[in-house]
Write a protein that binds this ligand. Sequence first.
Ligand code: ASP
Length: 343
Amino acid sequence: MRSSILIIYTGGTIGMKTDPETGALVPFDFSAIYDEFPLLKRLHVDIDVLTLDPVIDSSNVEPHNWLELARLVRDHYERYDGFVVLHGTDTMSYTASAMSFLLETLAKPVVFTGSQIPIGVLRSDGRENLITAIEIAGARLDDGRPVVPEVSLYFQNRLFRANRTSKRSAEALNAFRSYNYPPLAEVGVNIAYNLPAIMRPAECPPKLRIADSLCSDIAVVKLFPGIDERTLRTMLSVEGLRGVVLETYGAGNAPTCEWFLRTVSEAVARGVVVLNVTQCGGGAVAMELYETGMRLRDAGVVSGHDMTTEAAVAKMMYVLGREGSAEGARALLERPLKGEFTA
Ligand code: ASP
């Protein structure tokens, strides 16, 4: 059975090619995809392409772009079997994490990919990333169900759960890492799917329900030795602030000095939701392990377990967009919604 796939091109390096006359990088026209890659016809997929207007460098992405992307997927959901989102690599993990929460009842593949080298440059990693992402988005089990019915990110031979990824290299072609969750697939001569690691929704409603608001009244505060009271207090008392992703040390540790804990507990008492994630790439927050973590827990800080900062930012915006009260938001933060942390 042929699958039909919608490619949504949002911008980024993957969509560039060299103008043969001027040598400058110019946008690649994805709507002429079969002319550029005639071999795509062998994949047994029907492809349509939608290019955002304007396309953006992903460093300019904002939460309203995430809502727009979610609406696009919802509006085309019934018509297609899967979606490939082409996105700049710089903030791809943030956008893809946000999509994992916004597409609330998703039961079809949404595969993000991009490239480090423009698609029109001979040595580009974009061609392989694009072609394999299309193949994954269209892949079905024997019973016809999609193999990867969740938001994923494909880059350099590995498919990851999107909300477990971080961009870790501005140079290497394998730019993304998922330290705390195994790849959903490894690609060599064949695509080897790690089926037990892939999320299967309990229900597959024909229509996609999406969230329609995100709250960006949040801050990311990264601890560093020497952070002082004045700086932290200023950050935590910004008017209208509703959520803070606190990047702590190691297994969720922070200074135990009186001014630090007082500043954090006062923010929590004012209704600011504080979520603790580790600055380390791998491993988890375990606030019960050291006194330095326990004191944070006593101050009302919520554990982010092994969540990435990217997923924590997206989830914080999502839960605060959904819940008016700090208690409601905290209750959603405390449980995994889309496999974003290991419970
Ligand atoms: N600055 C580009 C972007 O993120 C880099 C890339 O696509 O790799 O849009």
